[in-house]
Design a protein around this ligand. Structure first.
Ligand code: PEP
Length: 256
């Protein structure tokens, strides 16, 4: 199984800065066939970066898109417009859920739109600090997971990547905490158990589950060895070239 190392650049880097970063990253990293390196720049940079990228070494992801393919939706970008530019799309990131009020219904439509347009959805799920404190973690995981997958057919479920990102562990969250490998292992078990209940053992074992939350080159090795974790979704550390490339090297070492 491939290991995914996905960098979410969020609202950072101009188009020029993104291009320079990508140029340096492409020079720095070898072509590791079993490691899928993905970066998610701002939508504005996708067109030019898609011409610059070496797809053997890495792929592009969108950070978001709208679920309708075309029409009167001022300001939106559709998955059909992204088709051919990106291989992946991050969907349901906690910043989309909590700042832009996206609910599971909206997330589900976006997952379906991505699949319809041959883009692999990276469906983000995870509980907030207070949900965890109230013992609601497994309910939130189940609701967001099943909610997010609810608009696609059973045959398409194995085309989705799940990113478990506890909101309290994301570095931009106020007073973010570091998730322990045991906490992540428990949540990943819940994810796979739910998948197994609804879609069967094969799908549950074949789906890739990533972890995201304050990952850096020092803790990446510990997170990548959590049972059931197939990769990392990285925010802050993906903006620092040396950190991001070191994490890729860590992933290679863990795989060896
Ligand atoms: C994220 O926002 O998806 C994320 C994982 O961010 P960070 O790595 O900065 O915690």
């Amino acid at each position: 199984m491939k290991t995914y190392i996905v960098g979410n650049w969020k609202l950072n880097f101009t188009v020029g800065e993104a291009s320079i970063y990508l140029h340096k990253l492409l020079k720095k990293i070898p072509n590791y066939r079993d490691i899928e390196v993905v970066v998610a720049p701002s939508a504005l940079a996708l067109q030019s970066l898609s011409l610059q990228i070496d797809r053997h070494k890495m792929k592009l992801a969108a950070q978001n898109a709208f679920y309708r393919d075309f029409g009167a939706f001022t300001g939106e970008i559709s998955f059909s417009q992204l088709r051919g530019l990106v291989d992946y799309a991050i969907i349901g990131h906690s910043e989309r859920r909590y700042i832009f009020k996206e609910d599971d219904k909206m997330v589900a439509k976006k997952v379906a739109a991505a699949i319809r347009n041959k883009i692999t959805p990276i469906l983000c799920i995870g509980e907030t600090e207070s949900e965890r404190a109230f013992g609601e973690t497994s309910d939130v995981i189940r609701d967001q997971l099943m909610g997010g997958l609810s608009e696609i057919g059973d045959d398409d479920v194995d085309k989705v990547i799940i990113a478990y990102e506890p909101v309290w562990a994301i570095s931009s969250t106020k007073a973010a905490k570091i998730a322990s490998p045991d906490e992540i292992a428990d949540s990943v078990k819940i994810i796979r158990r739910n998948l197994e209940e609804i879609y069967g053992k094969k799908v549950a074992s074949e789906i890739s589950v990533l972890f995201g939350g304050s990952v850096n080159s020092s803790n990446a090795g510990a997170y990548l060895t959590v049972p059931g974790v197939n990769g990392l979704l990285i925010g802050g550390s993906s903006l620092i070239l040396s950190e991001f490339s070191d994490i890729i090297e860590v992933a290679k070492r863990v795989q060896a």
